[in-house]
Design a protein around this ligand. Structure first.
Ligand code: SF4
Length: 347
């Protein structure tokens, strides 16, 4: 992978003439002063020699992989493959500044997303089915992954946002070591489906400043039917607790840009399949009433969703409004503003 593989999500420019990139660079320069005050956690972890240890420990896990709760036990370093169908190298589908994420991540210059191919959860309704299930993407070395991070930082992105990272934690840590030496200084976002073990998350302590997990389902029968992971509700509850222990509630700087903390996503599913009320109650009571939550309305049938009767249609306006109301009733006070505006326009 190289920068020539980069596809701008705003248009398809010739880089030398791209007004968008010029604009980003100018705005980025204005931001340098405020950014200089912030130091991501991974810098100290690296300086203390702990990152190198984490890289070694995480690659050791791949020899009989228990990186995620699937616990396949395969030797990925010898080419064996488990549920995530990923061996020693990470596979990347795309990387680019992204403006469709939550406001505290996007700011003025975008969130620097790196989309990993394959997944350890494999929801049947996945909106990136070609990437997660079918495997569209290119294997990348640590150096190439580090170069992608630096390219995104150089484009002015406020963070590096690793999308679907759970099955490639060692590869990310290894690339991060190289990227730090080459000047990486923006915070990292762990953008996960939430099917992560506490052991793997503890390895990430002092590395990721921002955790952005999904809270997908509350009912284990739903989780079994939709992603063959009946333990998902239990796993995500433990994961959220560990993530919050490490980074706390979401903290933004004077410009509203996220620097550290937990941001939870909850995709509302038709017919109440996501268990919104119980999920919001857990967040407010067991994690924090200041939890920053993005209640997402964009469910539409994708992938193999038609196998489940309730998932054959998109979410209705009414179902989404109810989900917002339920979140507020259960004590959630920090809902993603974009979605709230969306609801207000609908009324
Ligand atoms: S990361 Fe992949 S191989 Fe390892 S336990 Fe999870 S699904 Fe299995």
């Amino acid at each position: 992978m190289s920068i020539t593989n980069f596809h701008c999500t705003v248009c398809v420019p010739t880089f030398a003439k791209c007004f968008y990139i010029v604009h980003l660079n100018q705005a980025y320069t204005r931001d340098l002063k405020s950014m200089a005050a912030f130091e991501p956690a991974y810098i100290e972890t690296h300086n203390r020699g702990l990152l190198k240890e984490k890289v070694a420990q995480s690659f050791e896990i791949l020899k009989a992989c228990t990186l995620c709760p699937r616990a396949c036990g395969v030797d990925r370093l010898s080419g064996e493959l488990g549920v995530c169908l990923t061996g020693e190298q990470a596979i990347v589908s795309s990387y680019s500044p992204h403006f469709g994420e939550e406001n505290p991540l996007v700011g003025d210059h975008g969130s620097g997303t790196i989309f990993f191919t394959r997944c350890n959860l494999l929801c049947i309704f996945c909106q990136n089915f070609d990437i997660s299930h079918k495997g569209e993407g290119v294997p990348v070395s640590s150096k190439e992954l580090a170069d992608a991070m630096l390219f995104l930082q150089g484009s002015g992105c406020h963070n590096i946002n690793f999308v679907t990272p759970s099955h490639v934690v060692p590869q990310i840590l290894s690339a991060l070591e190289k990227a730090i030496e080459l000047g990486l200084r923006v915070p990292l976002v762990y953008n996960t489906g939430g099917y992560d073990t506490p052991e793997t998350l503890r390895l990430l302590e002092g590395v990721f400043d921002i955790y952005m997990p999904d809270l997908k389902f509350w009912d284990s029968r739903v989780a079994e039917e939709l992603c063959d992971a009946p333990d998902y509700p239990e796993v995500i509850r433990e994961a959220l607790t560990e993530m919050h222990r490490q980074v706390g509630d979401l903290v933004v700087n004077k410009r509203g840009i996220a620097e550290r903390g937990l941001l939870i996503r909850h995709l509302v599913l038709p017919e109440g399949l996501a268990g919104t009320r119980q999920a919001m109650r857990f967040l407010a009571k067991e994690i924090s009433p200041n939890s920053y939550v993005n209640i997402m309305p964009q469910y539409r049938p994708c992938g193999r969703a038609s196998e489940v009767q309730a998932l054959r249609r998109s979410l209705t306006d009414e179902e989404f409004r109810e989900a917002i109301q339920v979140a507020e009733e259960e004590g959630i006070t920090r809902l993603d503003e974009r979605r709230r505006a969306f609801v207000l326009r609908w009324k």
